[in-house]
Ligand binder design. Structure first.
Ligand code: ZN
Ligand code: ZN
Ligand code: ZN
Length: 138
């Protein structure tokens, strides 16, 4: 069984060729992927609606999490932590490289604790740091 098939099974998701292909792209990438990156990765022979639904399913299942990119863009990345159904609990930093344009999960870098004024309930916290990545620096 392929790694992607194995993962789909672990998350109790039905195996389809499309889901396996999309998951493969994420397993083989070391950075977050935008919707358009997924479409490019799949080649010309794919259905846009299916890609959209697949990403939605993976998000809901706790397989992928959203990465807020600069300029209001959204990317997706694999959840390295164990995320349950619909409950993502990430507090790692995302890094956007202005040289290569890639956004990476810095899983080991935690967003520092932030205390909110009374009456504000935190649901999600996102921190995007922009600069030059390790690879482009090296
Ligand atoms: Zn997650
Ligand atoms: Zn870079
Ligand atoms: Zn992340």
């Amino acid at each position: 069984m392929t790694a992607s098939a194995q993962t789909l099974k672990e998350f109790n998701l039905r195996l389809t060729a499309g889901r396996e292909q999309v998951l493969d792209l994420f397993l083989n990438a070391d950075h977050a992927l935008a919707h358009s990156d997924v479409e490019t990765g799949l080649g010309p022979d794919h259905d846009r609606v299916t890609v959209y639904r697949t990403l939605r399913t993976f998000l809901d299942a706790g397989l992928l999490h959203k990465v807020l990119d600069d300029e209001g863009g959204t990317k997706y990345a694999l959840c390295r932590e164990k995320c349950a159904d619909g409950h993502h609990h990430h507090d790692h930093v995302h890094f956007k490289c202005e040289t290569c344009g890639q956004t990476t999960c810095l899983d080991e870098v935690r967003i520092p604790a932030v205390s909110l004024p009374d009456g504000y309930n935190r649901k999600e916290m996102n921190l995007l740091i922009q600069g030059v990545c390790q690879e482009c620096n090296g």
